[in-house]
Design a protein around this ligand. Structure first.
Ligand SMILES: *[C@@H]1O[C@H](CO)[C@@H](O)[C@H](O)[C@H]1NC(C)=O
Ligand SMILES: *[C@@H]1O[C@H](CO)[C@@H](O)[C@H](O)[C@H]1NC(C)=O
Ligand SMILES: *[C@@H]1O[C@H](CO)[C@@H](O)[C@H](O)[C@H]1NC(C)=O
Ligand SMILES: *[C@@H]1O[C@H](CO)[C@@H](O)[C@H](O)[C@H]1NC(C)=O
Ligand SMILES: *[C@@H]1O[C@H](CO)[C@@H](O)[C@H](O)[C@H]1NC(C)=O
Ligand SMILES: *[C@@H]1O[C@H](CO)[C@@H](O)[C@H](O)[C@H]1NC(C)=O
Ligand SMILES: *[C@@H]1O[C@H](CO)[C@@H](O)[C@H](O)[C@H]1NC(C)=O
Ligand SMILES: *[C@@H]1O[C@H](CO)[C@@H](O)[C@H](O)[C@H]1NC(C)=O
Length: 594
């Protein structure tokens, strides 16, 4: 975990870089004289308040060398960088100070990259010499701690057991972002092992990272498993982040942190170098504060990779997805479907009301909304109770269950991942489980020992029991879930008996929505859309489409975002708002699962 000592060391390194470049001259007398603060407020600690604001924290964010870093977009940052009024080194320093100010509260950072200032400085130099690699040149980002980086950082999925292990190479997505000039600031916290280990747990918790929290309400489930990737960007600790999703792990933390989240089609982004869960469903996605920023991120990571053969059949543009971004005027003639009985009826009354008001606004800009574009297979794939990746078994048919596939794949996929690590004796699921038992006090390998892992490691155990055997039940389940969620599911709803709709609009807070997109391997995008009046937690509006339709989905997402952002008072309640840091001193584990 980040310590103030570590930051101090970085600050010293920064001074060295600064003075060697002749840009910063320090007055020692002045610096020594200001080390003891007369008033630590407001940047160091929030001021205790009374009345309606008693539980809100105030974490005001200072400007960065005159630049408003809070809620800045990548385009705004590039403009300042190209004018020379801001450097990447300065941006990184400001983000480090933001981490210092806030991260003790929300624990979104697992580990900082000790090379961050050198990377930023070298990219500043490259820019000065007239070479700008593209829109991500000099822009800081974070990756979830299950995405391998071959550098001075550890890649551990939040577990102590992989500490010291050495990865063979950067994950393909990390390699690509480095080449695009983005600045890898650090690893983000997550739900340990991306939630594979148990089905009863505290979302956002890992032994190594502690409890990640959402800055909107620190007592409450921050969304997961890419919890730190969500909390960090929401708190303006970084520009964008990578998350991974098997079933909900990008969309849930994005929508619960008022962010844009893109969960791409399985195979659009390479999983090589990502600690796996299930090769049939895993995908690397983006979390950012605007559609354009999330799209820059996607452009920075998608593409073919020989180490992940699912990427070899992708249907993707050769020149990026930003070409699809548009404005609200393109909504004229658009047709959007509402799968009411499939999803909407299970949404809370408050979310229905808010999201439908937003949809009315979308309609007023010329889109046609068709209610009742249902997924014909819904009774077999939707548990009315909520998120359930073992609904097939719940119905009595393990041979029609997503979890049947996940359990088997995890057993095999994790062994393949571990086989490429150096300097570790963790080689199999058996080794993983033994470590968690040997270290039960921190890793909670048995039920009801650790408050964050009430289920112990029942998820791992279920995978172990499968033995990784791809038997008849496995293949039936795989073909069932593909057919039920694709032809008999999303594609049928989009076809709508011949009255085609462009995209399905769905409540992205609903676990059943991610269940379906996950099994299909189809894309899902979430946009910030409202705030829960009881908890202060955000929720989103989702766009659901068919395989490889990210281009058109981003077109509609950007048009809807334009409705949200360019309107007046009437759109104020349907857009991203800053976190209020409710219950900012909370340290409850487990978090409230509401
Ligand atoms: C350094 O700061 C001190 C206190 O503000 C001031 O008295 C002194 O003149 C400064 N020294 C230089 C070299 O600017
Ligand atoms: C509560 O905080 C909000 C936003 O920070 C502020 O506008 C409002 O005046 C505060 N209310 C009280 C009663 O302090
Ligand atoms: C990828 O390779 C594996 C093993 O070689 C094979 O079983 C699988 O069908 C391939 N998948 C795709 C999408 O090409
Ligand atoms: C959609 O249709 C269902 C009936 O199937 C109805 O209950 C619901 O209110 C309708 N929603 C909208 C937004 O029209
Ligand atoms: C693994 O580590 C050992 C000892 O540090 C080293 O000699 C070897 O080259 C490493 N192998 C790989 C594939 O990195
Ligand atoms: C795993 O499950 C088996 C069978 O249900 C049980 O006997 C065993 O105790 C479990 N092991 C752990 C570590 O939970
Ligand atoms: C699953 O097994 C049941 C029998 O228990 C069978 O009726 C059903 O067709 C099977 N499903 C699939 C997708 O094969
Ligand atoms: C934070 O969320 C919890 C539910 O998890 C709720 O009970 C609490 O009132 C919220 N805090 C504030 C200050 O609204």
């Amino acid at each position: 975990m980040l310590s103030r000592g570590a930051l101090l060391a970085i600050g010293v390194a920064f001074n060295a870089i600064g003075s060697s470049a002749g840009r910063h001259l320090y007055n020692t007398t002045q610096i020594l004289g200001t080390q003891t603060l007369d008033s630590p407020y407001p940047y160091e600690v929030p001021v205790l308040q009374d009345g309606v604001n008693a539980s809100s924290g105030q974490f005001p964010m200072p400007t960065c060398n005159g630049f408003t870093l809070e809620e800045a977009t990548i385009d705004q940052m590039q403009e300042a960088l190209s004018k020379g009024t801001l450097t990447s080194v300065q941006i990184v320093m400001c983000y480090l100070q933001r981490i210092w100010q806030t991260d003790e509260y929300i624990r979104s950072i697992m580990e900082l990259n000790p090379d961050i200032l050198e990377i930023a400085a070298s990219l500043d130099l490259e820019r000065k010499n007239g070479h700008v690699r593209g829109p991500l040149h000099g822009i800081p980002f974070l990756v979830k701690d299950n995405i391998a980086t071959k550098d001075k950082m550890e890649t551990t999925a939040g577990s102590w057991m992989l500490l010291g292990s050495v990865v063979p190479r950067d994950a393909h997505v990390v390699r690509r972002l480095r080449e695009s000039g983005a600045v890898l600031m650090g690893h983000a916290t997550l739900s340990e092992w991306a939630d594979m280990r148990t089905n009863s747990y505290s979302e956002g918790y890992s032994a190594r990272g502690g409890q990640a929290r959402s800055p909107y309400n620190l007592t409450t489930n921050p969304g997961g498993s890419s919890s730190g990737s969500g909390g960090a960007v929401a708190a303006n600790i970084g520009m964008f982040s990578l998350g991974t999703e098997t079933d909900g792990s990008v969309i849930s933390p994005a929508e619960r942190n008022a962010l844009v989240g893109i969960k791409p089609t399985v195979g659009l982004t390479s999983r090589a170098g990502v600690i796996p869960e299930c090769h049939n469903q895993d995908t690397v996605g983006c979390l950012a504060r605007t559609v354009r920023d999330a799209t820059y991120c996607l452009d920075g990571i998608y593409g073919q990779d020989t180490r992940d053969n699912y990427t070899l059949i992708q249907k993707a543009p050769s020149n990026g997805y930003t070409q699809y971004l548009t404005s609200k005027s393109s909504l004229k003639g658009a047709v959007f479907g509402l799968p009411w009985l499939t999803f909407w009826q299970y949404s809370s009354a408050e979310q229905q009301t808010t999201l439908l008001s937003l949809i009315s606004l979308i309609e007023s800009h010329g889109a046609t909304i068709i209610n009742g574009t249902e997924l014909p297979s819904r009774e077999k794939i939707i548990n009315p109770e909520g998120w359930d990746w073992d609904f097939g078994s719940t119905r009595g048919y393990p041979n029609e269950s997503e979890y049947t596939v996940v359990k088997v794949d995890f057993y095999n996929d994790i062994r393949a991942y571990l086989s490429e690590l150096n300097n570790t004796d963790i080689r199999s699921l058996e080794d993983i489980m033994q470590y968690n038992i040997d270290n039960v006090g921190t890793e909670g390998g048995l039920p009801d020992v650790h408050p964050a892992f009430a289920g112990g490691q029942d998820g791992f155990n279920a995978s172990l029991q499968s033995g990784g055997v791809m038997d008849e039940t496995y293949w039936q389940a795989l073909s069932f879930m593909h057919r039920a969620t694709r032809e008999d599911g999303i594609d049928a709803a989009l076809y709508n008996s011949g009255n085609l709709v462009d995209v399905l609009l769905v409540p992205s807070d609903l676990g059943q929505v991610t269940n379906v997109a996950a099994q299909a391997g189809y894309p899902l995008i979430t946009l910030p859309a409202g705030i829960n009046s009881e908890t202060g937690m955000p929720f989103g509006l989702g766009l659901m489409g068919s395989a490889w339709s990210e281009g058109t989905m981003l077109k509609w997402a950007s048009a809807i975002e334009d409705v949200q952002l360019s309107g007046g008072q009437e759109t104020r309640d349907f857009r991203r708002t800053l976190p209020k840091w409710l219950d900012y001193r909370a340290k409850n584990v487990p978090v409230n699962n509401v």
